[in-house]
Design a binder for this molecule. Sequence first.
Ligand code: PLP
Length: 376
Amino acid sequence: MEDETLLMLPGPVPLPERVRFAMARQAINHRGAEFGGAYSNIVRVLKTCFGTNNDLMVISGSGTAGMEAAVSNFGKGRKMAHLINGKFGERLWKIGERYGEAVPIESEWGTPLNLEALKEALENGCEVVTMVHNETSAGILNPGAEVGKICRKHDALFIMDGVTSIGGDNVKADDWGVDVAIVGSQKCLAAPAGLAAVSVSSRAWEKAVKNPPYYFDLPAYRKNAAKSPMETPYTPAVPIFFALREACLLIEEEGIEKRVARHHRMAKAVRAAVAAWGVEMFPKTDAIHQYSNTVTAARIPKGSNDKDFRGHVKKFGIQIAGGQDHLKDVIFRIGHMGCVSAPELLATLAATEYAIQKSGHKVTSSGVMAAAEVLG
Ligand SMILES: *Cc1c(COP(=O)(O)O)cnc(C)c1O
């Protein structure tokens, strides 16, 4: 038995053995065929996960590096509309404030986005829109296709954070009219933390700003990625590239459609457990398509708190996530993204059921049983 914790977080996620081993190797020159081959494998697979034929580049840095690269290269000096219904939507707005005129379009965390206010902002001169597809902080899924349509109608650039949807849920960046999509390595892709990938449409390239930040100069990434063998402008995080390549090969072997279906099944199982417990889901919606398929957010029973609640789960070597900012002590979040298996999920739900009962909430029926019915 390895003395390790089962991470059932919305990132970082447990790493398959093949992915871990891919990092344990001698250093190589990153300007050469071996590195270029790994980079091109990553791009091939990620394009299927993004649903895009656009240029796709990998940046050394976490998901936030991808967010900053997107906003700075296409929003600098411009008026931007930022759709917000959780922490990551808010982060895009804060990045926007560093680079241009940032207009927040806020909804309460965990409630649907305000698309009427978005249309108004676009009529009032916003040229760029940011949206988080899967808002990890609230467990809510936002409408990519619908926002894309609105952006196209107003000829605005659409930047979509797909950090916890790409590789785990359906994403069709090109069909939806997404100009710039972003993913991070440590979420649904089940690779180590430290890399971000960004896709860019030709429409966006035409509108790229002059003098982007030096490290996030996306035209420089594009130029180097077009070389044969492929390169990055500066020294990349090579060991993580090899791990991400292995993670991408695993995605290809599973098949993206099957992988998405697996995530949907896991989400359905967790939601069945939450319903059986008689615990309230956090997103304020009854529309099933608005619930995240990669992370489930539900309310901590009244009278308990984050530390005690998650402490009960931790007794079994399992970590789930709490709420961020004002949602601390209000919600708990179970991540079911990446390569999470049915036995891992069932163990997590058993530990969570224990925590719920220990918090003084009497469950209506067994959530483990309800989830097993879905998974079996
Ligand atoms: C995790 C996450 C990010 C990026 O966070 P990093 O810690 O920088 O990797 C961005 N958006 C969403 C929706 C996320 O869940």
